[in-house]
Ligand binder design. Structure first.
Ligand SMILES: C[S@@+](CC[C@H](N)C(=O)[O-])C[C@H]1O[C@@H](n2cnc3c(N)ncnc32)[C@H](O)[C@@H]1O
Length: 210
């Protein structure tokens, strides 16, 4: 299954950015900027973006850590990472790493903040829990994981499509998402908060280490 998803994203990588721009009217770009701003990074910090895809969020995060800091994007699709590399190659302090997010190739307590944009619900089976365990491990104390996802839409037709998407993830995960993420994230993190984005169509779940 993971092999299939990797190949799917390898192929999709050529069209991904164009598709997102068309689909969101570049609201996606503004949303990622909003997410990066919420992380509260400072000059010289080290930031991690999991399931980074074509790396759009890496450029937003970079603005906050400046030249003295470091931003690392992780993804398991080589195709998506190739696009991310092309986009970020002029910045030596932005790196991309090919890895599965359920096994992060980093030492413990090295990151000042971690993000995930519109990808967390895609993690299958035990990858969700393992990924959260890994993000918790690599974050420094009292630092946070900021996860942005679509919120339950108010438009009935779009809401139907949203429910279809989350049901396709399996009934257990769908139930957890509908009940609220506290159930999933609370197993790994001490403090969980939720904020809505300005458009109110997406939410950011903030999970902090105690
Ligand atoms: C919908 S894209 C989101 C990309 C990006 N975060 C954005 O905001 O545009 C989902 C990404 O998650 C990656 N992905 C899914 N499961 C993964 C896993 N287990 N390990 C690493 N990457 C994964 C896919 O390769 C894909 O690039």
């Amino acid at each position: 299954m993971r092999g299939f998803r990797k190949r799917y994203y390898d192929l999709f990588s050529r069209f991904y950015d164009a598709f997102i721009t068309l689909h969101s009217g570049d609201r996606g770009g503004a949303l990622r900027d909003y997410l990066a701003q919420k992380v509260g990074l400072e000059r010289g910090n080290v930031a991690l973006d999991i399931c980074t895809g074509t790396g759009s969020l890496l450029l937003s995060l970079r603005r906050y850590v400046e030249e003295e800091g470091l931003v690392i994007g992780v993804d398991f699709s080589r195709g998506m990472l190739r696009v991310a590399r092309e986009k970020t190659e002029e910045f030596p302090n932005v790196l991309v790493v090919e890895a599965d997010v359920s096994c992060l190739p980093f030492k413990g307590e090295v990151f000042d903040g971690a993000t995930c944009s519109h990808a967390f619900y895609e993690l299958k089976g035990d990858a969700t829990g393992r990924c959260l365990q890994e993000v918790h491990r690599v974050l420094k104390r009292e630092k946070g994981f900021f996860m942005m996802e679509h919120d339950i839409p108010s438009n009935p037709l779009v809401r139907l499509l949203f429910y279809g998407r989350i049901l396709s993830m399996g009934s257990k995960k769908a139930l957890e998402i509908l009940r609220g993420e506290e159930g999933i994230f609370g197993k790994y993190f001490l403090k969980i908060n939720r904020i809505k984005t300005e458009t109110e169509r997406s939410k950011i779940i903030i999970c902090r280490k105690g």
